[in-house]
Design a protein around this ligand. Sequence first.
Ligand SMILES: NC(=O)N[C@@H](CC(=O)O)C(=O)O
Ligand SMILES: [Zn+2]
Ligand SMILES: [Zn+2]
Length: 352
Amino acid sequence: MISSSTNTLTITRPDDWHLHLRDDTALQRTVTDTARQFVRAIVMPNLRPPVTTTAMANDYRQRILAARPDNSDFEPLMTLYLTDNTPASEIEMAVDSEFVKAVKLYPAGATTNSDAGVTHLRHCANTLEMMQKLGMPLLIHGEVTDPEIDIFDREKRFIEDKLIQLRRDFPELKIVFEHITTKDAADYVNEANAYLAATITPHHLLYNRNDLLVGGIRPHYFCLPILKRNIHQQALLKAATSGSNKFFLGTDSAPHPRHDKESSCGCAGIYSAHAALEFYAEAFESMNALDKLEAFASFHGPDFYGLPRNKGTITLHRKAWQVPESLDFADSQLIPLRAGEMLQWQSQATMT
Ligand SMILES: NC(=O)N[C@@H](CC(=O)O)C(=O)O
Ligand SMILES: [Zn+2]
Ligand SMILES: [Zn+2]
């Protein structure tokens, strides 16, 4: 940590290791918000159609770069969407590109735009073999999709039914267990070797399922994996603030237009990019662990991916401010996390 007092906190500029930027007219909102705080972000590939090839990732990357604010040095780190049919040769192309940094596994049907995802990992053996050989990380949405499995148990069951076997079959494959939400996942990652790490979102640190369901159903708190009970929130707070290099920042900021969230069948996804670092600061402060924020936000991620840590700093000031009730989003509106309510920290980037 560069410096801190009770009222300011200056840390090395951070990265977001799990982000949904969407596409086209949505990019102005999402890229601007993320570029304000983060130098790099792992950009999720669940567009329609999904980003399944290096050529598609290249086109998408160009659209993101074109949406950057003036003078921004924001760098999108691209991912490929793994399907049953992704050939091993695509992994070689991805590695050669240098801008594709990972491959994302969505179990088919697990979450937003995952219909083209993997139906069974046995279909991907050659491709996973190539990833292991070339050091290309596999990022996993870790939930089973069997309709009879309770939604609150789907992450735990993914560990038991899929992840243990996957790690046995590919012991040197780098894996990020994305957006973990349970004590089970935090414990599993903690006890695993250095090939396994996990991202933790701000909303899973700050909220639990009561915030989603008590006193009325709140669609803007609905995301996948779904918010769990309080003991899991506590375990995630402990993991994130433990100083362990196996846990790092990934917001899973995932915007949906207001009308798609406030619906009889509302979409999963929470938008946090407007104040991502502020949310994390609040969570870390609740554990008296602001001194652990820098490594979580700025060191553990690049170290795991084998990328350099960023230069320059960002400063958070203790300054109460009100989150807007809604944000412009393409030709629609977006309800940001904590809409209309107060935040106690405010960030200010210094480009150096
Ligand atoms: N997290 C979510 O609730 N939604 C994400 C997909 C995902 O990360 O699972 C989205 O793309 O909307
Ligand atoms: Zn996911
Ligand atoms: Zn996501």
